[in-house]
Structure formats: structure tokens, C-alpha cells
Design a protein around this ligand. Structure first.
Ligand SMILES: C[S@@+](CC[C@H](N)C(=O)[O-])C[C@H]1O[C@@H](n2cnc3c(N)ncnc32)[C@H](O)[C@@H]1O
Length: 305
């Protein structure tokens, strides 16, 4: 397997990189935040209660369907975090590269996915240019933290091998999930800030990427068969989610979750329009595409005429 590098200092002078209001590099701050979160992220986001377990199952289902069953030669995960989804690539590909900005997230991932054909690499995806292409490229809940997300998507043209696939999951920008937490909506100051569309936490770079912009970026990167679908779908009304949404009491949670799952399955079977319309109820969405395979041969003109 080739030695991968992330030549950020060589290819992109530090003074051209996105900065916070305090003058620090955005990605340095993001790395610190995820280093700090590495000890609890997986449990909090994906394991701690029936609500997040359902969200994990929904995300898993979408990834399985969008990645296909393999086997393939090589796969790349951008922002593997604690290795939540890396096994999906390890099961399909002979060689896997899992990249993340946060060294402590990578420690968790190495411990969770001990497989010789998986290499973990620390680096900023915005500058990751390995010089070779992969049959599968996957990124789950990462692009929303990367100011240079467009550059990463543009690079799919080189990162995805002909005939290969890219699957990206990110948070839905226009959704019943946005701003629904008690602490975010209530109180005149919060409400005013939201109505003025000001960031409530300016120290933490996070953007919810519009579906049409991401779709266009995929197309401009030469991806075809582009598909958009909801991932975590339902209503943010449960008591024990990752935030407090205290509308449904704990005793009513299980039947409500079962109903949510039924709706989610129903939506998955709808056509393109149905899936797009349901994005308003989705916390996150997936976009996938295929890089057209290089034609095996070009038919000679004489034979065609
Ligand atoms: C919300 S976590 C998601 C982790 C994992 N994909 C999952 O779904 O459980 C986001 C991850 O993206 C990583 N990340 C953020 N910006 C990155 C960048 N520019 N390059 C590589 N990884 C990045 C963070 O360190 C963190 O581990």
C-alpha cells in the first residue's frame, strides 16, 4: 500500500487557511474539539439509548444500500472518527485508508477496528491528496465541519476510481430538526439570533450544506447517477435523544420510535420526489454518486458507419 501524506504546509500556506475570529486555524480548533469529544462521542451519538440506536440503525441501513455489497480493491473514509462506520469498508475492500483530523479519535478507531488491511492516518481532508484513486469513498457527518468542503468534493474527480462510488452523509440544512432544542429556540435572545440567522456558537465552525449545492458539486466532480436520500428521519420529539426534546414522555417513546422506523422504511421505498420531500423531516441526508467507468474501447468509426 502506498505511503499517504497530507502535505498541508507544502501545498497550502497557513496564511491562506480559514481562520476563526480569534485568528486560530479553524481546523486546529475542530481537532481540539473532537479530541476532547473522542472519549464519549461514540456512546453519546450512537449507543446511549433507544433513540440514538435507532438513528444508528437508520444510518447503517443507508450506508449498506449506498455502498453496495463489494468486494472492491480499495476504500477511503474521510473523517472516520472513532471508527463507527469503518467496518463497513473493511468488510468490502482489500485495503482501507481511514483519515481523521483528531489524533484521539484515531486512537479510538484503531482500538475498535483492529484489521491489518485498514490503515489509519491523521490529517486534514482539505489537503489530502494521495495521488491514487479508491473504489469506494465514504464520509459520514464530517463535511459540515470543513470550511473547504467544496475542495474535498471537487477532488472526488481524482479520489474516486472509474466505476467507483462516493457516499457522503451530512446534516440537513432546512429541517424540522434545526433549532428545535429547548435551549436553542426559547428565550428572546436566542430566538432573535436564530431569526437573524446568526450563529449561536461562533467559536465552533459548523455549516449545514444545502442539498442543491452538494448535488452540483458532485456533478461538477464528474459523478453520475447522483442520488439524494434522507438518513435519520422522524421528528425530534423524544426525551432521550442527544439533546433534550421533551415532547414525548419516556413511556411513550418505544411505540413512537417504532412508528418512526415504519415511516422511515416507507420513505426509503418512495421515488426521487418522495425522498426529496421527506428531507424536511430528516436530520441528515446522504448523497451518493458513481464515477463513470472508462470506456473499455472506443468503437472504430469505420465499424459504426
Ligand atoms: C461528527 S464526527 C463523525 C465521526 C464518524 N464519521 C461517525 O459518524 O461516527 C466528525 C469527525 O470528522 C473529523 N474531521 C473534522 N474535520 C476534518 C477534516 N478537515 N479532515 C479530517 N477529519 C475531519 C473529526 O475529527 C471527527 O472525528
Amino acid at each position: 500500500m502506498p505511503a499517504y501524506t497530507t502535505p498541508s504546509d507544502v501545498e497550502s500556506p497557513l496564511d491562506r487557511e480559514p481562520r476563526t475570529a480569534e485568528g486560530t486555524r479553524v481546523q486546529d480548533d475542530i481537532a481540539v474539539i473532537f479530541d476532547e469529544a473522542s472519549g464519549y462521542y461514540r456512546h453519546l451519538r450512537w449507543e446511549k439509548n433507544p433513540v440514538v440506536l435507532l438513528e444508528k440503525a437508520q444510518t447503517h441501513q443507508v450506508l449498506v444500500e449506498e455502498l453496495g455489497s463489494g468486494p472492491v480493491g480499495t476504500a477511503l473514509e474521510i473523517g472516520c472518527g472513532p471508527g463507527t462506520w469503518t467496518p463497513l469498508l473493511a468488510d468490502r475492500a482489500a485495503q482501507v485508508v481511514a483519515l481523521d483530523l483528531s489524533p484521539k479519535m484515531l486512537e479510538q478507531a484503531r482500538a475498535a477496528v483492529a484489521a491489518e488491511h485498514v490503515s489509519f492516518l491523521q490529517g486534514d481532508a482539505a489537503h489530502f491528496d494521495p495521488g491514487n484513486a479508491f473504489d469506494l469513498v465514504m464520509s459520514v457527518r464530517v463535511l459540515e465541519y470543513v470550511p473547504e468542503w467544496r475542495e474535498i468534493i471537487a477532488r472526488l474527480e481524482r479520489l474516486v476510481a472509474p466505476g467507483g462510488r462516493a457516499v457522503v452523509i451530512t446534516k440537513t440544512p432546512v429541517s424540522v430538526w434545526r433549532g428545535t432544542g429547548r435551549s436553542r429556540w426559547f428565550g428572546p435572545r436566542n430566538l432573535l439570533q436564530r431569526l437573524l440567522r446568526r450563529e449561536t456558537d461562533p467559536g465552533f465552525w459548523q455549516r449545514h450544506l444545502p442539498v442543491h449545492e452538494l448535488t452540483r458539486a458532485f456533478a461538477e466532480a464528474g459523478m453520475v447517477d447522483i442520488r439524494v436520500r434522507p438518513v435519520i428521519i422522524g421528528l425530534p420529539i423524544y426525551v432521550r435523544g442527544t439533546k433534550q426534546y421533551p415532547i414525548i414522555p419516556a413511556f411513550a417513546e418505544r411505540p413512537a420510535l417504532a412508528a418512526t422506523q415504519a415511516v422511515s422504511r416507507w420513505v426509503a421505498g418512495r421515488g426521487r420526489r418522495g425522498r426529496r420531500a421527506s428531507l424536511i423531516f430528516a436530520e441528515s441526508y446522504a448523497i451518493s454518486g458513481r464515477r463513470a467507468a472508462a470506456p473499455d474501447h472506443v468503437a472504430p468509426r469505420a465499424a459504426a458507419s
